[in-house]
Design a protein around this ligand. Structure first.
Ligand SMILES: NC(=O)c1ccc[n+]([C@@H]2O[C@H](COP(=O)([O-])OP(=O)(O)OC[C@H]3O[C@@H](n4cnc5c(N)ncnc54)[C@H](OP(=O)(O)O)[C@@H]3O)[C@@H](O)[C@H]2O)c1
Length: 137
């Protein structure tokens, strides 16, 4: 899911079925799915629980608000995914990127001294990719 301005980009990186959340309610577009990734931290997170199949999995990377009772009654597992600085993991990711199996979109590349503005920009929740801080020229 994203807004329509990202559709071409997302289909280009492999999305099979694009849903524009600004025009289509999630409940109309998805039903009995295996896995939902919440990258927004949904305040109405029970909507995400409702589209999962019995025994499905909800993985927030930004914690939203979900009803524990509702999750339990649908046998849905909620497991937060948190990244930690880890050299081995970063090395594996860089190999995946080098091989082309993972493609990384860049929202912007800015010098380190613009970190504050970059952080503020990152809080918009409407990025397309990563913000890179350039440490050296
Ligand atoms: N758990 C971790 O270890 C970890 C690691 C890195 C980042 N994070 C956090 O994870 C979150 C996501 O990071 P991100 O890099 O993907 O940046 P982001 O800028 O928060 O990306 C959000 C994406 O979600 C879409 N979106 C925004 N509102 C939406 C809504 N109501 N419904 C559906 N889609 C919506 C946006 O698309 P549109 O522009 O079309 O609205 C945008 O493409 C951030 O809050 C970040 O801090 C967590």
């Amino acid at each position: 899911m994203a807004s329509g301005r990202h559709e071409t980009f997302l289909c280009d990186i492999g999305v099979d079925h694009f849903i524009d959340y600004t025009t289509t309610p999630l409940e109309q577009a998805a039903y009995k799915v295996d896995l939902v990734l919440d990258v927004v931290g949904a305040k109405d997170g029970d909507r995400l629980l409702d589209v999962l199949k019995q025994g499905g999995r909800l993985v927030p990377i930004f914690l939203g608000q979900y009803s524990a009772e509702r999750a339990a009654s649908a046998s849905v597992t909620i497991s937060l995914c948190l990244m930690h600085p880890d050299a081995a993991q970063l090395s594996k990711m860089s190999r995946l990127i080098d091989s082309g199996r993972v493609r990384v979109a860049l929202e912007m590349v800015v010098p380190l001294w613009e970190a504050r503005q970059a952080h503020e920009h990152g809080e918009s929740q409407h990025l397309r990719g990563k913000i890179v801080l350039r440490v050296m020229k």
